[in-house]
Design a protein around this ligand. Structure first.
Ligand code: AMP
Length: 614
């Protein structure tokens, strides 16, 4: 079915594309790729040259947004209106970023230490989600130009170490940019997919993905078994990268010319020249350049001497990652290089020598993550039927235990393929058979969930109740097929069944099931809300009593009487079970005493009362 959309910007009628795009939303650069005639391709901008879009957002005086290369050009002239490194702020609170605030040239604000951080630009505040969505919109525009069609479906990559909040924030940024984010994929997983690693289900491999960008470094050890990607460990340094190479060169040159400071623009030029030198030394042995009348040179031997200690830190992290993964160097089947800084020959050399094998570097290290994201996107679009599908379980899966209770084994939203298991035992002496009933859903009682199937583990040798050790394993493969295995460990008796899980539930059914679970959670929620209202009311009553005692001389008799009346009303409400009545009485007392508190109390008491929401 072809869909027609109207492009709101140009007013043109555009067709809707079925392509699912892959996006690498990076700290320094971002890019978008898609599958073209069976090959992943990174999309270039209108200049036909660059696939990389600098992850930089500039707001001009009229708050108009400029993203990418033109924004980067304004980094020096308008630092306070030009935002970079938003990825470092994704899903973070002010407290989380306190220690690297000084690295940022723009202002982040301390509005609420617990909530997500905001960035101040002029008179406006932006969340990292909004800013990231501007980068995503730019990428969306780019692919739409390329395909001359509207694109709405995407896969976005994130570092393996991103937590759930950071992943959720990335997903929200996508949504805000008008993208339906089908999947958030780990960057090392995408890099592996770009090299075709993991696409052959029969091949089990352990892979090290080494990612050295401009300002961040991480290494991940992945285990790929039967198409299941598992991140065994990840290590890194979020402030280590090619920028440190540039700095090392700048320091070396400054020592040589005996000039430590110099003006800002000279510093900037020196830094840019250092980067040029570094890049040219990736394919030649000598570099020569000038700033004004001063000439600067660098050869490979000197450069290598400067950066060797920096690279050694990344090698130490590789060792730690191996230790954490419980792997030996010889367990690693492949090493994949990601990030612009892996172009530096000494990086390749040291990584290859540490792992005892030549690292993969055929693909452009800047593009490899986006290319892999495009492969994943293509799989999700259903274009590679024979390839695994990494997905999440939309509903929890579990078995029935004593009393008809649902015992969840694989929780809702787990990544699939997935496996999990738990041990059970018998409840009757000499029990020979055990019925295993498998359910799907979010309710506590299995009768309210959906039964997927059941089977009997038979032939358990007679033993007293509680002695048999029955391990039940749930394995969901890449196609969402659930396999349940039951094994009595003492006797080795085993049975298993295959159950088609999520595809047995339609979207509507799933929505209904979630709704049901929410509805029933309502009674619990109600009890909790009442309790919370009572606790708050009791605190406020204590404060109100204190307030009246301490301010007898300041309050008029009418004010005193009215406060007493409202206090009494709250006391009565607290004894009841009507949460709304309590909140209502609370609100009335608060509203009435608020101006009194301000007027009558000295500073300390006013603060104390404010803290209690009086
Ligand atoms: P990324 O964050 O992955 O985009 O990596 C950017 C980093 O790669 C920057 O520090 C660049 O200076 C560095 N880089 C780009 N090209 C080269 C090159 N040819 N040789 C060495 N480093 C490079």
């Amino acid at each position: 079915m072809a869909k027609i959309s109207i492009d709101l910007k140009s007013g043109k009628v555009k067709k809707q594309s079925n392509v699912v795009i892959g996006i690498d939303l990076g700290t320094t650069n971002s890019l978008v790729a898609y599958m073209k005639e069976g090959e992943p391709l990174a999309v270039k901008g209108s200049d036909g040259k660059n696939t990389l879009v600098p992850s930089i957002i500039h707001f001009n005086e009229k708050d108009r947004v400029i993203v990418g290369k033109s924004a980067k050009e304004r980094l020096v002239s308008h630092p306070e209106r030009t935002i970079y490194s938003v990825k470092r702020l994704m899903g973070k609170s002010f407290n989380d970023v306190e220690n690297f605030k000084s690295h940022l040239g723009y202002e982040i604000i301390n509005e609420d230490e617990e909530k997500l951080v905001k960035i101040k630009v002029g008179h406006r505040f932006y969340t990292p989600i909004e800013l990231s969505s501007e980068i995503l919109k730019e990428l969306k525009d780019r692919i739409e130009q390329e395909l001359d069609a509207i694109v709405t479906k995407a896969v976005i990559t994130v570092p393996a170490y991103f937590n759930d909040t950071q992943r959720q924030a990335t997903r929200d940024a996508g949504k805000l940019a008008g993208l339906d984010v089908l999947r958030i994929v780990n960057e090392p997983t995408a890099a592996s997919l770009a090299y075709g690693v993991g696409l052959d289900e029969d091949k089990d491999e352990t892979v090290a993905v080494y990612d050295l960008g401009g300002g961040t470094f991480d290494v991940s050890i992945l285990e790929i078994r039967g198409g299941i990607f598992e991140v065994l460990s990840t290590h890194g340094d979020t402030f280590l990268g090619g920028d440190d190479f540039d700095r090392a060169i700048v320091d070396h040159w400054q020592n040589r010319i005996g000039e430590k400071d110099g003006d800002k623009s000279f510093q900037q030029e020196l830094r840019l020249l250092a980067e040029t030198a570094k890049k040219s030394l990736s394919n030649q042995k000598e570099f020569k350049g000038t700033i004004g009348n001063t000439s600067f040179s660098l050869n490979t031997a000197k450069f290598n001497g400067l950066i060797q200690p920096i690279i050694q830190r990344t090698i130490d992290a590789c060792q730690k990652a191996l230790n954490d993964a419980g792997c030996k160097i010889t367990d690693i089947d492949k090493v994949i290089l990601v990030g612009g800084s892996t172009r530096t020959p000494l990086v390749k050399e040291m990584v290859s020598s540490f792992f005892g094998q030549t690292a993969f570097d055929k693909l452009n290290p800047d593009e490899v993550v986006a290319l892999g994201a495009a492969v994943q996107a293509d799989v999700l679009a259903g274009n590679q039927k024979d390839v695994l599908l990494l997905d999440v379980t939309p509903l929890s899966l579990g078995i029935e235990t004593m009393g008809g209770l649902m015992d969840v084994i694989i929780p809702r939203n787990s990544k699939i393929p997935a496996k999990a298991g738990r041990n059970y035992t018998t409840s009757v002496d000499g029990q020979k058979n055990l019925k295993v009933s498998v359910f799907q859903g979010e309710r506590d009682l299995v009768k309210d969930n959906r039964k997927l199937g059941e089977f009997i583990l038979s032939g358990i040798p007679p033993m007293p109740a509680g002695i048999p050790k029955i391990a039940i394993h749930f394995i969901i493969d890449a196609d969402g097929i659930l396999k349940v295995k039951a094994l009595e460990e003492r006797s080795g008796v085993e049975t298993s069944v295959e159950i088609r899980s999520q595809y047995g539930v339609s979207e509507e059914e799933m929505a209904l099931m979630l709704l049901e679970s929410l509805k029933n959670a309502e009674s619990d929620m109600k009890a909790r809300a009442l309790l919370e209202a009572k606790i708050e009311a009791k605190n406020v009553l204590l404060s109100a009593d204190k307030f009246m005692k301490n301010n007898k001389s300041i309050l008029s008799p009418e004010e005193m009487q009215q406060t007493q009346l409202l206090t009494l009303q709250l006391k009565v409400a607290v004894e009841g079970t009507d949460k709304d009545l309590i909140n209502d009485a609370l609100h009335q007392l608060n509203t009435y005493t608020h101006p009194l508190a301000h007027r009558a109390m000295d500073h300390n008491i006013a603060n104390a009362m404010k803290g209690k929401k009086l």
